[in-house]
Design a protein around this ligand. Structure first.
Ligand SMILES: Cc1cc2nc3c(=O)[nH]c(=O)nc-3n(C[C@H](O)[C@H](O)[C@H](O)COP(=O)(O)OP(=O)(O)OC[C@H]3O[C@@H](n4cnc5c(N)ncnc54)[C@H](O)[C@@H]3O)c2cc1C
Length: 476
């Protein structure tokens, strides 16, 4: 019998492509690839390979394909649904050496960057020219642009500028067979054939390896102010955000929130005091950006008797200190326990009723469990973090998925499907949509070598289908 394809047997071939130092086989060095940021997802990598150019990525993919070895792409490893964590000796294709940052073009306000460049690096470069990248998230120091495009990352600014998709002007990518697709011209109008870059945005490393991205940048407003506001509950928080939206229009950049449980974990983690004179049920962080002084418009909320404005900050340090109460929740939760994380969205009118129902559903499973809810309130995007269940326990997922559907929502707002939610995809997407996704996957990756067993649910067993046909035949 022929030996099973082995990643280790490919070590010499891969070293001849990327150089010996960039093929990692040492188990200690592989450990950082094998565990995700939350500690929930763990697996085993055969090797890790670190190509430095598109040609090297193409050669790596062709070699892995020829040897019958599976590949998983990993950028900053900050994804939260297990998509980048290797399993069953997959080869990890580490993109962080694809790190070239081009010169921003002032006329088109676009820049081409390597997929392994971090979000923070792009922000720093763009801001030097008075520009900015319109997507921001707390993992900015590690998350790569390739990972953000692959997951169509959202973040706090999506309220004003949209998700990563809105900032992608073109991509270059390597297909599983090693062929290179390149559309980096950044033309605003280009309707020639199917829009392949759009297809790759949000494909979560299952269709192609993104190697370079043409990003659309925005002009950075000159002034920025942040307020942290306490209210009693999510219903009041939703009203507050609606008031700001009406009053501030496009100047409102972000409207995030964290609940009391989350805020307590943050205070303990960061060793900071409760930010308000009295405990509140919900803390809303609002960011306003404009060329004129936006503080007066934010301070107007102080007159509302149902809200406690703790602080309005305009200088960068103060703004960052206020954001820290919201941005540090993921880290504080992860330090407390291995969380079951659910990133979902519901219509704005359903935010408060859904959150109440979710808490009750988890309490019914285990009265001792802790539910922390935070997220991007203006987008109806809630991060429900359930603590106190073993990682393999699927009861929280089974309790929450039907509630999301009942409240007209989506089981993945911004983090994607990955490994975590593949069997729940059918609760949000129709059978016809999933069949179309399978057909696309089959066309671009017929052997299923890239990101195997992620995003799409396991294919139905043909024997079950035959049984069903037989049963139907009998009952007819
Ligand atoms: C503290 C914290 C806060 C976060 N906040 C947010 C938030 O507000 N909004 C949000 O949307 N996400 C958030 N995230 C999740 C995460 O940062 C994003 O999903 C990010 O886009 C992942 O980028 P990465 O480079 O770390 O990707 P990885 O984790 O390495 O990979 C994620 C997925 O993309 C694929 N992939 C990575 N690079 C490529 C590539 N070059 N080509 C093809 N596929 C690729 C991987 O195979 C995997 O499926 C947060 C994470 C943390 C830890």
């Amino acid at each position: 019998m022929a030996d099973a394809p082995s990643a280790v047997a490919l070590q010499g071939t891969l070293a001849s492509i990327v150089g010996e130092n960039h093929v990692i086989s040492d188990r200690d060095r592989l450990a950082s690839y094998e565990r995700d940021w939350t500690g929930r997802w763990e697996g085993r990598a055969g090797l890790a390979v670190r190509p430095a150019s598109t040609d090297q990525v193409a050669a790596v993919m062709a070699a892995c394909g020829a040897a019958g070895v599976d590949v998983v792409v990993q950028g900053g490893n900050t994804g939260l649904v297990g998509g980048a964590t290797p399993m069953d000796d997959e080869i990890v294709l580490d993109t962080t050496r694809l790190d070239e940052v081009g010169e921003p073009d002032p006329a088109s306000r676009q820049v081409t960057v390597g997929a392994g460049v971090t979000l923070e690096e792009v922000q720093t470069r763009a801001r030097r020219d008075g520009l900015d990248f319109a997507v921001d998230l707390p993992a900015r120091g590690q998350a790569t642009i390739g990972g953000m495009v692959a997951t169509n990352a959202g973040g706090a600014l999506a309220l004003r500028y949209g998700t990563t998709r809105s900032s992608v002007a073109g991509v270059e990518a390597v297909l599983p067979d090693g062929s290179v697709l390149s559309r980096l011209s950044g033309l605003l109008k280009d309707n020639a054939g199917y829009d392949l870059p759009s297809l790759l945005v949000g494909s979560e490393g299952t269709l192609a390896v993104l190697t370079r991205i043409r990003l659309a940048l925005t002009r950075r407003p000159r002034r920025r102010a942040v307020a942290l506001i306490g209210v009693d509950d999510l219903a009041n928080a939703s009203t507050l955000v609606a008031t700001f939206r009406d009053g501030l229009g496009d100047a409102l950049e972000a409207a995030d929130f964290v609940d009391r449980q989350g805020l307590e974990l943050v205070c303990a983690r960061l060793h900071v005091r409760d930010p308000l004179p009295r405990p509140c049920g919900i803390y809303v962080v609002v960011q306003v950006a404009d060329d004129e002084d936006p503080t007066a418009r934010l301070a107007a909320v102080e007159s509302e008797d149902w809200a406690d404005v703790v602080a309005v900050g305009e200088d960068t340090q103060r703004c960052e200190a206020l954001w820290a109460y919201r941005e540090s929740v993921s880290e504080a939760v992860a330090a407390y326990d291995v969380p079951h994380k659910f990133d979902l969205s519901v219509p704005l009118s359903e935010v408060a009723p859904f959150a109440d129902a979710a808490r009750l559903a988890i309490e019914a499973l285990d009265a001792e469990a802790k539910t922390v809810i935070y997220g991007h309130l203006g987008d109806g995007n809630l991060h429900v973090n359930v603590l106190g269940f073993r990682p393999a326990d699927d009861r929280p997922a089974r309790a929450l998925a039907p509630l999301v559907a009942e409240h007209g929502g989506s089981i993945s707002a911004e983090h994607g499907i990955g490994r975590q939610k593949r069997e729940l995809l059918g609760s949000t997407r129709s059978a016809a949509e999933i069949d179309a996704m399978r057909a696309i996957k089959q066309a671009l990756d017929p052997r299923g070598m890239l990101g195997r067993d992620r995003v799409l649910p396991a294919a139905p067993d043909p024997r079950d289908e035959q049984d069903e046909v037989r049963r139907e035949g009998v009952s007819r």
